[in-house]
Design a protein around this ligand. Structure first.
Ligand code: SAM
Length: 281
């Protein structure tokens, strides 16, 4: 019978943030696969757990993934542990999970801390709807493409960011999104935990004179619905009814739905829109 892969969430700073269940599973498995074996060893020493440890990280995942799957197929129970927090979030755990599913290996999540959610709930920004974007690319062109794509995002946005790129990221966010609220979270769950709640404009200024330290989670307010609606309204006003209709057709709406949408966007009756389209025909 094949073994089980346990996805074990571990602390993102404070070692008390480990669940009883996680400690039990780490004690019971045959092998622990860790993204950073040195860091995991510190945790295991703290918990008094002695277990065989092997590495599984971005640069060895291609060979190590199939090796671990074979061990699981042979009946070995393995705990996967990330650098910090929940495995498979911004680490190669996702690939191992896919390989295990293909091989018919049982997967059991052992939930716990996630930096993104820990930051979001303390940010003071809307938690009703949010989008997690993970790490921001180091390549400026890709970063700008991302910020262009997210320009009209109305949900709260969550990013992971390194200190040396922070200033450039904040400048681009301000440039592409205008002035929004942002909460910069660092040293989460640690002694020097800090939540810096500013606007993007203030954040750009703040980091001109402050050296950022530690890894960050950035929580950025989405565009307000009112702003989005008024921008859309302004852009419809530049178009004729026919151009407006063709725009919705190009977005994949049927003729019937495009007429309905144009009427809604412009506050008109459907028959008035229909008449204009017919005249244009
Ligand atoms: N798997 C992890 C999770 O559950 O969130 C994330 C791992 S990801 C490789 C590491 C990133 O998470 C860091 O670069 C940072 O953005 C964020 N992070 C992790 N721990 C953090 C902490 N204590 N304070 C602030 N950010 C943290």
């Amino acid at each position: 019978m094949s073994g089980t892969l346990y996805l074990c969430a571990t602390p993102i700073g404070n070692l008390e943030d480990i669940t009883y269940r996680c400690v039990r599973v780490l004690n019971e498995v045959d092998l622990i696969a860790a993204e950073d074996t040195r860091r995991t060893l510190t945790l295991l020493n703290h918990l008094g757990i002695e277990k065989p440890l092997t590495s599984y990280y971005e640069h060895n995942k291609a060979e190590k993934g199939p090796y671990l799957v074979q061990k699981l197929v042979d009946g070995c129970n393995i705990a996967l542990v990330s650098d910090a927090g929940t495995p498979a979030i911004c680490d190669p755990g996702e690939d191992l999970v896919k390989l295990c599913i293909e091989a018919g290996v049982n997967i059991v999540p052992v939930p716990g801390p996630v930096a993104a959610v820990t930051a979001l709930i303390s940010s003071g920004l809307s938690t009703i709807k949010f989008v997690f974007e993970g790490f921001i690319s180091t390549n400026r062109k890709n970063r700008i493409e991302l910020f262009e794509r997210l320009k009209n995002e109305t949900r709260t946005m969550i990013f992971y960011e390194a200190p040396h790129k922070l200033q450039a990221t904040l400048e681009d966010m301000y440039k592409y999104w205008g002035n929004r609220r942002i909460t910069l979270c660092h040293e989460l769950t640690k002694i020097h935990e800090e939540f810096i709640r500013l606007t993007l404009e203030e954040a750009v200024k703040y980091y001109e004179t402050t050296l950022p330290k530690g890894e960050f989670v950035l929580i950025v307010e989405g565009k307000s619905e009112e702003e989005l609606v008024s921008e859309e309204k302004a852009s419809w006003e530049q178009m004729s009814i026919e151009e407006h209709f063709n725009y919705h057709i190009s977005q994949g709406l049927t003729e019937k739905d495009a007429i309905k949408q144009v009427a809604k966007d412009r506050g008109l009756r459907k028959q008035d829109v229909y008449k204009e389209i017919k005249i244009a025909d």
